[in-house]
Ligand binder design. Structure first.
Ligand code: IMP
Length: 207
């Protein structure tokens, strides 16, 4: 049986596979992603919340592939910017460097750490092959936007996201450390029991 990860973001695929492997799911299912299905076009992310976009992606990819699909919608929510970039996080610039530069320039006049607070948010949804949502979850990681990038791990805004409980940037944390406490790691842990139950039932009822 295959489980489809509803994303083309290689960073997300890497992190989600690592958590699913750690939970013993690699023996139960073959984990594939939109990177393995280049002919399937991406849906337009028209939702105004992370949960809406996660639903939309899970439903779309499940129907397009005929596989159960696990979708993540995530982003960075900066308090001093009224929640921007939020659901537009992946569209805040042409690449990670440009997105980070834009965010830092928008926060240029914001001096104290307390006013540079932010969090990563993640919503997850699991759809069956008919596109019905069978489980959903959320996760969050609080931090502070640093003044310059640092670190080589992770992806996206990780180099400018300072995590107080680690006292380092998210891009300086080892992958297994990030997966344990990140918004995505927490959302995945929260959906795991229902994902395992779904896989068990699907396997028992498969012809
Ligand atoms: P999505 O594909 O619409 O969910 O966009 C998610 C975007 O949010 C990514 O392209 C990144 O810019 C940002 N993002 C989400 N999760 C992370 C993370 O764990 N680290 C850094 N940036 C992230």
């Amino acid at each position: 049986m295959k489980l489809f990860l509803a994303t083309r973001n290689a960073g997300k695929v890497r992190e989600m596979k690592a958590v699913l492997d750690g939970a013993g799911l690699a023996e139960e299912v073959e984990v594939v992603s939109a990177l393995d299905y280049p002919h399937v076009t991406e849906p337009e992310e028209t939702g105004s919340t992370f949960a809406e976009n996660a639903h939309l992606k899970a439903t779309y990819y499940a129907r397009a592939t005929g596989l159960p699909a696990l979708a993540d919608d995530s982003g960075l929510v900066v308090d001093a910017l009224d929640g921007r970039p939020g659901v537009l996080s992946s569209r805040y610039g042409r690449d990670d460097t440009e997105r980070i530069e834009r965010l830092l320039s928008e926060l240029a006049g914001v001096e104290e750490d307390a006013r540079r607070s932010a969090h990563f948010a993640c919503a997850m949804a699991l759809a069956d092959p008919d596109g019905h949502i069978v489980a959903e979850s959320e996760g969050r990681l609080d931090g502070v936007i640093a003044r310059e990038p640092r670190g080589n791990h992770g992806f996206g805004y990780d180099p400018i996201f300072h995590v107080p409980e680690l006292d380092c940037r998210l891009a300086e944390a080892l992958p297994e450390v990030k997966n344990r406490l990140s918004h995505r790691g927490r959302a995945l842990q929260a959906i795991l029991p229902e994902l395992k139950r779904y896989i068990l039932i699907a396997r028992e009822t498969q012809p």
